[in-house]
Structure formats: C-alpha cells, structure tokens
Design a protein around this ligand. Structure first.
Ligand SMILES: Cc1cc2nc3c(=O)[nH]c(=O)nc-3n(C[C@H](O)[C@H](O)[C@H](O)COP(=O)(O)OP(=O)(O)OC[C@H]3O[C@@H](n4cnc5c(N)ncnc54)[C@H](O)[C@@H]3O)c2cc1C
Ligand code: FES
Length: 234
C-alpha cells in the first residue's frame, strides 16, 4: 500500500488533480499504474499514466470523470492508495529533436518523458505542444522541463506542430488528435509514437479486454503498449 503525499485540484474551475504518492516504484516514462483507493466497489482499479517519478515518489495527473476518479479526488494527505507496480512498455528510448504533443489529460505522460529525454543526453531537445479545451494547465511545470512550449486552448493543437522540424514525435490525447498528427507526420516522414487508451480490467495482459488490431497482429494495449508506433495502429 502507498501513502498519499498530496492530492491537489489544479484547475480552479475544472476537475483536474495532481496526486503524489510514496514510495517510488521505479516507473519509467510512458508507463501507467492501476490505481485503487477503495474496497470492493467499483470492481476494477483504474489505469492512470505516470506523470512523474523518482526514487521516493510517483505522481499522477488525472481528470475526475466518473466513479473511480471521483473517489481518487477525495483522497487526503496521509491516506492509503494501492498504486502497484508500473505497467506497460512506455515510450521507447528516443533522442534528438523531439516534439511532444498532448491533449487534455493526455498531457500527463509527457512531463516525465521530457525530463527523461533531457537528462539522458544534453544534446536532446524536447519541444512541448499542449492542447486544452478550456483552461491551460501546469504551464510553468511543463515549461521547466522542455526547451520550448506552445499551447492551444479550444482549437486544434496539431495545427501548430511543425512535424518536419523534428527527428521524432510522441503524443498522448484524444484519438482524433493523434490521428490528425499521424497524417501530418506521415507527410513529413517523421516517426510518431502514440500512447493509446482502452478500457482495462487486469492491466497486465491476462483478460484480453484491451486488445486491438495492429499491423503486427492483435496486441494488448496494457502489456504490448500503451505506446505504439502510429503506423501500426492508425
Ligand atoms: C493506459 C491508460 C492511461 C491513462 N492515463 C490517464 C491519465 O494520466 N489521466 C487521466 O485523467 N486519465 C487517464 N486514463 C483514463 C482513465 O483511466 C479513465 O478516465 C478512468 O479509468 C475513468 O474511471 P472512472 O471510474 O472515473 O470513470 P467511469 O465511471 O468508469 O467512466 C467515466 C467515463 O470515462 C470513460 N472511460 C473509462 N475508462 C476509460 C479509459 N480507460 N479510456 C477512455 N475512456 C474511459 C467511460 O466510458 C465513461 O464515459 C488512462 C487510461 C489508460 C488506458
Ligand atoms: S487489461 Fe487485461 S489484457 Fe489488457
């Protein structure tokens, strides 16, 4: 069992929360954890991407949208939460000039991705493009871990990404956004990695509830992903 260090609402009028837990669990960029802060109901734990991680803590950025995340939002400092081990393959070891494109709650895994990319080689650059439907979130925090940050509110963040300027693009957010980005990256001949969301039950490859068709056959988003090369899945 993990302990809640803090659980703060970060959007004054909205339903986004930043949850920090202890101890650390060795999570890498692009992985997720199956969170649970309740007993028998709801039955399933909820998959949430790792926002940040170090030796002592793991943090999550989540939007309260239903029963499970609403229960998470009620957690107080010192409370108990089951975080479990980090799951999924995460983002591959990318390098060079990288664009990171996130929409809504999909911005979550990009924070640790930018930190990891920048710390692995000082020549790497990370430019962040964030899209929000109504209010921007955590701009100072994201700005502090990347080389340049641009954001869009209420429009299409994909319109402001010059894909051809990069060696690689990674993305997480609404499927329509990632599909539009896939078309732009295909035209620019730049590889794109997308982090997919599917309803999940077990979270570690046993129930087959999160399967999807790819160019490499049927894959499980929880165990084979959640990150895939975009031309394998779109
Ligand atoms: C690998 C992965 C990483 C994720 N990372 C984050 C994250 O970092 N931050 C965040 O806010 N959310 C994230 N999600 C989505 C999050 O898991 C769902 O919002 C959450 O499970 C909803 O649970 P709930 O009980 O609050 O809502 P429910 O009452 O179960 O459902 C509320 C609404 O959310 C939809 N929904 C439920 N689960 C999912 C899902 N897995 N994908 C898409 N829609 C869903 C339902 O269809 C319904 O419309 C992630 C999902 C996956 C699969
Ligand atoms: S959630 Fe069970 S196999 Fe993916």
């Amino acid at each position: 069992m993990s302990r809640v260090i803090s659980n703060k609402r970060i959007s004054p009028g909205g339903n986004f929360f930043l949850l920090k837990t202890s101890p650390g669990n060795g999570a890498r960029m692009g992985q997720f954890c199956m969170l649970r802060s309740w007993g028998t109901y709801p039955l399933l734990s909820r998959p949430i991407s790792v926002f940040d991680a170090d030796g002592d803590s793991v943090s999550f950025l989540y939007r309260a949208v239903g029963e499970g995340t609403d229960l998470l939002s009620k957690l107080r400092e010192g409370g108990d939460i089951s975080v479990g081990r980090p799951l999924g393959s995460g983002f591959p070891n990318i390098g060079g000039r990288v664009a990171m494109v996130g929409g809504g709650a999909g911005i979550a895994p990009l924070y640790l991705a930018a930190k990891t990319l920048k710390s692995s080689d000082e020549r790497n650059t990370a430019d962040m493009y964030l899209g929000f439907s109504d209010e921007p979130l955590l701009l100072d925090e994201y700005g502090s871990v990347c080389d340049a940050l641009a954001f869009d509110v209420g429009g299409f963040v994909t319109d402001i990404v010059p894909c051809g300027n990069y060696d690689c693009v990674i993305s997480c957010g609404p499927e329509a956004m990632m599909r539009a980005l896939h078309e732009k990256c295909k035209t620019a001949r730049v590889p794109l990695y997308v982090s997919l969301e599917k309803h999940m039950a077990c979270g570690f490859g046993v129930c087959l509830g999160c399967s999807l068709d790819t160019t490499r056959g049927r894959k499980k988003v929880c165990a084979d992903g959640p990150v895939f090369k975009s031309d394998e899945v779109f």
